[in-house]
Design a protein around this ligand. Structure first.
Ligand code: URA
Length: 240
């Protein structure tokens, strides 16, 4: 037996949170009866669950790693018709979606899946999954500022949690300072805001790791995860 919202998420039609909303809004039928409480359990092999009139079937989960280029939006559709991350996943009929988001002008590692359960677990703030970014800043970054960035920056939505910083140094040739930062929060535009707080201008921002490594996947490239990677992500999402 499985919780109804978990089952709905595992069928790839909605995240677990969205599934809870669908239930409380009365959009879910179990064996023809409307269910609006969240405690109900179902047998995925026997019970007939309908969401908005559509009968759900257990869908095989799929997992893709994309090296998102700049200028591509992290969304499943765009009303303005711009390129989205889904345009990079070819020949996939299942309803997949990105896990978390990268800004329009941020590049790098992005996971896409139809596994609502894993998506929810990985993005939940309490899990604090570590993400590493390569930050290229115009001009020289002061060591004192990096110290504050590592300890906590007072942003308008609160002070940031401790971050791990690797100072890769200033390049005289192009006038760019390179820093690797690992954070385990996922606030909106967080890394940009942590540097902008001191007046720095970000030249390039790239996520290079986050439960997975980007290495070997070129810009715009995609690959499916190995079973070992999926297991490791599930273990990360399950912790705490
Ligand atoms: N931090 C940012 O500022 N932007 C991203 O896309 C991800 C993390």
């Amino acid at each position: 037996m499985e919780r109804l919202q978990k089952f709905i998420a595992s069928c790839g039609v909605a995240s677990r949170r969205k599934a809870e909303e669908l239930i409380t809004e009365g959009k879910v039928l179990v064996n023809g009866r409307k269910v609006t409480e969240l405690g109900v359990k179902v047998n995925p092999l026997k019970d007939k669950v309908k969401v908005n009139g559509q009968l759900l079937a257990v869908e095989k989960p799929v997992y893709y790693l994309l090296n998102k280029p700049k200028g591509v939006i992290t969304s499943v559709t765009d009303p303005q018709g711009r390129e989205t991350v889904l345009d990079y996943i070819k020949n996939e009929k299942k309803r997949i979606y990105p896990v978390g988001r990268l800004d329009l002008n941020t590049e790098g590692l992005l996971l896409l899946t139809n596994d609502g359960e894993l998506a929810q677990n990985l993005t939940h703030p309490s899990k604090g999954v570590e993400k590493t970014y390569e930050v290229r800043v115009k001009g020289r970054v002061k060591e004192d500022d990096l110290q504050v960035i590592a300890n906590g920056v007072p942003l308008e939505d609160g002070i940031t949690s401790p971050a791990t910083i690797v100072d890769l140094g200033f390049d005289d040739h192009n006038g760019v300072h390179e820093v690797e930062i690992t954070i385990h929060e996922g606030r909106n535009r967080q890394v940009r805001r942590m540097f902008e707080h001191f007046g720095y201008r970000i030249h390039n921002l790239k996520r290079i790791a986050g439960g997975l490594s980007l290495s070997g996947v070129k810009r715009g490239g995609v690959r499916q995860l190995t079973q070992r990677e999926v297991n490791a992500l599930k273990a990360l999402g399950d912790k705490k």
